[in-house]
Ligand binder design. Structure first.
Ligand code: SF4
Length: 67
């Protein structure tokens, strides 16, 4: 998962969509580290949290093979 914490505006929509996948820091901004691998079976939940982010701070990209 790509996380651009610099453009996160702290809306918390991702967290409301899935609190465990999208933790927030004390300031209400995303605490998901850039490069986090979405656990198997949670792809849909991750996509939902990504889709509701008004700042478009979150994205998924396919895993690269052989790295
Ligand atoms: S929904 Fe987007 S802007 Fe809001 S806390 Fe999550 S990453 Fe940040």
């Amino acid at each position: 998962m790509r996380v651009q914490d610099a453009i996160c505006e702290g809306h918390g929509e991702c967290h409301r969509a899935h609190p465990r996948l999208f933790p927030l820091d004390e300031a209400g901004h995303t605490a998901v580290p850039d490069g986090t691998v979405v656990p198997k079976g949670m792809e849909e939940a991750a996509q939902l949290g990504i889709d509701v982010c008004p700042a478009q701070a979150l994205a998924v990209e396919p895993m690269r093979q052989g790295r």
